[in-house]
Design a protein around this ligand. Structure first.
Ligand code: HEM
Length: 157
């Protein structure tokens, strides 16, 4: 692992950082730009567009979420981070990734349920499925993502 990392250090760190950019940046764009643009639409149309937009976002971010973890594990193993003085930061980042990934998984499930309600014309239930995604779940992941990025700066070697 050390050999792989030594040879491909720049590309591994690059893939790690670009994954965080896509994941966290994607959520920020959706929450602070698309969310307000969609709020101008009427109820059912807004719900349908929101579900569509979230589907597109989730399809883009999921591969980067996995790539983020893969590159993180390569770095942690190569630098023996779990045994080093940086172990607390490393465990903290792993914990943050896990909570973010779980939160993302729950958002995907809620969006899929909302899609089924929309298809069935049940907009009240679709709204209650989608609501917490924008008001709570995405903001939680943005906050955790920003903290993880800051911890990444502290982990720089
Ligand atoms: C899964 C556990 C994680 C581990 C073990 C980990 C490990 C690391 C390490 C060792 C670095 C330093 C790389 C360097 O030499 O510059 C780093 C940087 C970074 N990490 Fe993570 N990371 C994890 C999760 C995350 C998450 C969840 C995010 C954001 C969503 C993230 C975003 C970043 C960013 C943006 C940097 C670059 C910081 C800089 O340029 O100084 N990481 N990470």
């Amino acid at each position: 692992m050390e050999l792989i990392f030594a040879q491909y250090q720049s590309i591994i760190v690059f893939l790690h950082v670009i994954s965080a950019v896509v994941w966290v940046g994607g959520m920020i764009a959706i929450r602070f730009s698309a969310h307000y643009a969609l709020a101008q639409l009427e109820g059912p149309q807004r719900l349908a567009r929101t579900a569509h937009m979230l589907n597109n976002l989730f399809k883009i971010v999921v591969p980067f979420v996995l790539l983020l973890l893969l590159t993180a594990l390569i770095m942690a193993l190569a630098m023996d981070l779990h045994q080093s003085e940086l172990k607390v930061l490393t465990f903290a980042k792993e914990g943050i990734w896990s909570v973010m990934a779980l939160n993302l998984g729950m958002m995907i499930l809620r969006r899929n349920k909302a899609q089924r309600f929309i298809d069935a014309g049940d907009f009240a239930n679709a709204k209650s499925m989608l609501g917490p995604i924008g008001t709570l779940m995405v903001p939680i992941n943005i906050t955790l993502g920003v903290v993880a990025i800051f911890l990444g700066v502290l982990l720089r070697f």
